[in-house]
Design a protein around this ligand. Sequence first.
Ligand SMILES: [Fe+2]
Ligand SMILES: [Fe+2]
Length: 474
Amino acid sequence: MSINYSEKIPNNVNLAEDRTLQRALEQWQPNFINWWDDMGPEGSTNSEVYLRTAVSVDPQGWAQFGHVKMRDYRWGVFLNPGEQDRKIHFGDHMGEAAWQDVPGEYRANLRRIIVTQGDTEPASVEQQRHLGLTAPSQYDLRNLFQINVEEGRHLWAMVYLLHKYFGRDGREEADALLQRNSGNADNPRILEAFNEKTPDWLSFFMFTYFTDRDGKFQLCALAESAFDPLARTTKFMLTEEAHHMFVGESGVGRVLQRTADMMNQLKTDDVSKLRAAGVIDLPTIQRYLNFHFSVTIDLFGADQSSNAATFYSSGLKGRYEESKRTDDHVLKGNSYKILDVVNGQLIEKEVPMLNALNEVLRDDYIKDSAGGVERWNRVLEKAGIDFRLKVPHKAFHRNIGTLAGVKVSPDGRVVSDAEWSAKQSEWLPTAEDRAYVASLMGRVVEPGKFANWIAPPVMGINRQPVDFEYVRFN
Ligand SMILES: [Fe+2]
Ligand SMILES: [Fe+2]
């Protein structure tokens, strides 16, 4: 299971034994590099970045750290080892052997799942491409670039599946993954949150905390798949994903730390005084949180979905931690509560669970993401600040399913259009908030120095000191 780096495309799937596939991927490779040059991190070409590169898929020490030019990063194809005699453990095929190939009747659905996942990976690189120009420190710049190269590798992971298992239409889909672009009016990315801008570093930290966590939940659900190569590839992607969420959680934590310190120093919670001192006030951080949380939970799809039922029953996509659950893993007679609006009130309504599996995954996600918000609140608590951050109600600012377009406050009240218009600027980032945050974004690249609006991290990367030269600008 070690990775062969002597080949053009590093891999642990014996690519050399499948000449046709190898040739097809080697033809896709320069297109990927062209895409990276055009749409990847701006102004990064000559820098050498202290990156981790996968050298094995063994959970103990799969990475090697060293300075690399990003363009020379060894993107490749890495799958977790297969389990002997793995069985399908949910849905109508439960107990049958996991599939090593794509069953004809599920081909279109599986392709769609893989393409949708694959599309998000390069999308986030595109969304983040200008951020390097305003990095608050070398440490943060390195983390951004690490995430970018790994999202690039996640694209490789999905492209490998498309090329290997889906023939000609798989190859066409792999090409299209490089042709759609985030926010492009004519050819946008598939999912809405991946067409939003990530214009500043507060947005970046919120995105990596909330939206990369959507990635975690989708990958966890796919790691249960009856299609074994998909399960194995997403398992390895998950080990990379953990760092992305760490960057978000610690990033927001450090912004809070800096703001809390300034509030104590100036003995004030006055927004204009704090802004004059160059830190991000807590109400603005809450509005950014509201925005990223609500946009991200839309990614789980409609609360009732016959596709979700089909994907589950046919074994394509499981639930989060499927094997830890104690029900029958078929779910035919089960029900689940979703939200509906009746006479201007939010009510709970029981529906067949199979149709509500998007909601099940969304609720698991909400539990997980609320945990980190409590850890952020501990930063404020320790600093003696009364303010607490909160995840908004799940009906707030939704754009998909039953709740699409219903106006709900962050505390979960259905509100009138008039109240919504009056309060919107308290609930979501305003143009002024965004302009203020943008005004703070200046490039700080001297080792060990940090922008005024963010505290340094407690520890460096891979036990290096915080003032280590994480990026060598050449
Ligand atoms: Fe990813
Ligand atoms: Fe990620």
